[in-house]
Design a protein around this ligand. Structure first.
Ligand code: SF4
Ligand code: SF4
Length: 280
């Protein structure tokens, strides 16, 4: 499974349909199991929101307005993961009424932090969190939209970066591929002129395997990256693990490094499995 999915053909076809129509493209924002952080990132586009509202018809965005216009929609932005049977059905309905479906954030692209349940018995979590667990109906797993429907594009991050989001919407409006890069946080670190926290100070840092997007926020403040943007394209997780071990990281902590925000993503999942076996 690829976690930065560009299906340019369907993307450009959707755009042609949009350009052929005279009305503004209809945009809808949907929420599934999540903390709302990615939707808040849309609201965080304060200076750009009016321009955006001028270019698209914001038809559904319950965090910002009670107005709900009927579909179909030209572009659907959806945050969250699938954790209930109801939501598994709902994403199918949204897919049917959306020309382009874009998943926002770690939850949408990998199941998010809530996919920690995938590694254990979800009932243990339910009884630890809720005083009356008998009222909770949930699936055993938290899964990305792509496990249920075709997704045209996934934007990584927990939460996503607003500049990358605006670029994705702009790409749709102008019929081009998004410019979201799939290189590592280390590249952003170098661009900021940071001293490497791992090389210079021996601090474990997930930057070499993590997708760019945050402008190397954590290393800029002298702490290691913990991977909240998920795996970069073709990450060498085995090599990073061997460097972490040289820095004194034990097997249990290695599992934790790979099994957090993107623990359910293909590369981080496989690496965490290797160290789970060694830990046990
Ligand atoms: S501090 Fe981390 S992100 Fe920055 S260059 Fe070093 S390993 Fe890469
Ligand atoms: S954890 Fe890594 S990806 Fe997340 S903000 Fe910090 S440096 Fe960026």
């Amino acid at each position: 499974m690829s976690f930065v999915t560009i299906r340019a053909h369907s993307w450009l076809n959707s755009y042609k349909i949009t350009m052929a129509q005279k009305r503004k493209p209809k945009l809808a924002v949907w929420k599934f199991a999540s903390c709302d952080g990615c939707q808040l990132t849309i609201l965080d586009c304060e200076d750009e929101l009016l321009t955006l509202a001028d270019k698209v018809d914001i038809s559904v965005f319950l965090e910002a307005s009670r107005t709900v216009k009927k579909g179909p929609y030209d572009i659907s932005l959806a945050e969250g993961s699938i954790t209930t049977q109801h939501d598994a059905e709902r994403i199918k309905k949204i897919r049917k009424v959306s020309k382009l479906l874009i998943g926002l954030g770690a939850c949408a692209s990998a199941g998010g932090i809530q996919s920690l349940r995938n590694f254990t018995d979800v009932k243990d979590f339910i009884s630890a969190v809720y005083p009356s667990p008998e009222y909770i109906e949930t699936l055993d797993t938290s899964t990305p939209f792509s496990r249920h429907v075709h997704v045209d594009y996934e934007l990584q991050g927990c939460p996503i970066n607003k500049h990358q989001l605006l670029d994705v919407i702009s790409a749709f409006l102008h019929g081009r591929k998004p410019n979201t890069t799939s290189y590592s946080v280390c590249i952003e670190c170098k661009r900021r002129g940071n001293v490497c926290v791992m090389v210079a100070h021996g601090i474990p840092c997930m930057g070499p395997v993590t997708h760019a997007g945050c402008s190397a926020l954590c290393p800029t403040y002298n702490r290691g990256c913990y991977g909240c943007y998920g795996p970069k394209e073709t990450p060498n997780t085995a090599s990073l693990s061997s460097w972490f071990k040289r820095l004194g990281v034990n097997e249990a902590d290695l599992v934790r490094y790979f099994r957090s925000y993107y623990g359910n993503s293909e590369h981080f999942y496989k690496e965490s499995k290797i160290h789970t076996k060694k830990r046990d």
